[in-house]
Ligand binder design. Structure first.
Ligand SMILES: Nc1ncnc2c1ncn2[C@@H]1O[C@H](COP(=O)(O)OP(=O)(O)OP(=O)(O)O)[C@@H](O)[C@H]1O
Ligand SMILES: [Mg+2]
Length: 303
């Protein structure tokens, strides 16, 4: 059985719901389970009604939870780079680079690298402690970029380390002072080692599983097709699809009445909670998305 499961899929298909439910089922079978949210929206806390944070907490027997905050991790990540730089560069250069790092903090690439660093830490540090680690991710694009990062980053780190090494070797030839271990090279080599460690875990197909959640509707099907194709290019197989929100076989009037009643209650809640706002109400259609359906829906926008 896989140790690490990533839940991916289009926005709103049920990744958080299904990854949480799956974690509970493993925990109930006696497996030590860790559920990790990498979604900035942090909805596991909302689903379980428990405040989960940056530290691992126990949720119930055999089940622990943790929410990674990409914003916070990016800040830590950039600050770590700042600290490392201080030891090797002059103040003038540091000031210039600092302003570049401030800009990097808000760029999506930094968030993903920081998030990937954190995910790697969890996997490497907790691999022995838990039987299963389940990751709930933000919508597809995000998951794909995270999963394909080890390949990209390892190559990139490797070429940076190689370049740095040739500079260090050259310096050694011209000055004799350079016999201390180069701090930049040390950082690069350390990160490279971590990436190959995580890649080794990722590349063992028995360790990692990707579960794509989808609904039996056109758009999630299309998105799942594209995602599987892309992951195949990186040799990351997807062998399980979780098809969520399938209507029950014995569906009858009482099912719809119950749904309708629940909806009415929530509509009242929305009107109360967001009093003063304007509401545009769009009905659920009995057909799937297509040009005709959006045409039909367009009639409800009268403002
Ligand atoms: N099987 C189900 N039956 C009924 N409602 C469901 C089911 N699965 C999910 N939902 C509801 O659908 C909504 C979206 O679910 P969820 O938050 O799990 O999706 P998600 O894929 O994690 O979304 P996001 O992409 O925003 O992270 C929620 O309101 C959830 O309660
Ligand atoms: Mg979610």
């Amino acid at each position: 059985m896989a140790k690490i499961i990533f839940y991916g899929g289009k926005g709103g298909v049920g990744k958080t719901t299904c990854s949480t439910a799956n974690s509970i089922s493993y925990a109930e079978r006696g497996l030590r389970t860790l559920l990790v949210s990498t979604d900035p929206a942090h909805s596991i806390s909302d689903v379980l009604g428990v405040k989960i944070g940056k530290k691992i907490i126990n949720l119930r027997e055999n089940l622990d939870g943790l929410e990674i905050d990409p914003e916070y991790e990016a800040e830590l990540y950039v600050n770590k780079i700042r600290e490392n730089m201080k030891t090797i560069l002059s103040n003038v250069i540091i000031e210039e680079i600092n302003s570049q790092l401030d800009a990097a903090m808000v760029s999506p690439g930094t968030h993903e690298s920081a998030l990937f660093d954190k995910i790697s830490d969890i996997i490497i540090d907790k691999f022995e402690e838990y039987d299963i680690i389940i990751f709930d991710t933000a919508p597809t694009g995000h998951t794909l970029r995270i999963l394909t990062l080890p390949d990209l980053l390892e190559g990139w780190m490797g070429s940076l380390a190689k370049k740095r090494k040739s500079i260090v070797d050259m310096n050694k030839m011209v000055t004799r002072k350079y016999d201390k271990k180069d701090p930049v090279l040390e950082i690069l080599e350390k990160r490279q080692k971590r990436f190959s460690e995580i890649k080794k875990i990722f590349n063992d197909n028995d360790n990692v599983r990707i579960r794509f959640v989808l609904n039996a509707e056109k758009l999630p099907i299309e998105e799942t097709k594209k995602a599987i194709k892309m992951l195949n290019q990186f040799n990351i197989p997807v062998d399980t699809l979780v098809i969520n929100r399938i209507m029950p076989d014995d569906i009858g009037a009482d099912f719809w009445e119950k749904k309708k009643k629940q909806e009415e209650e929530y509509l009242l809640d929305i009107e109360k909670e967001f009093r003063g706002k304007e509401f545009i109400k769009i009905p659920m259609l009995d057909t799937d998305m297509s040009k005709d359906t959006v045409d039909r829906l367009s009639k409800f926008f009268n403002d």
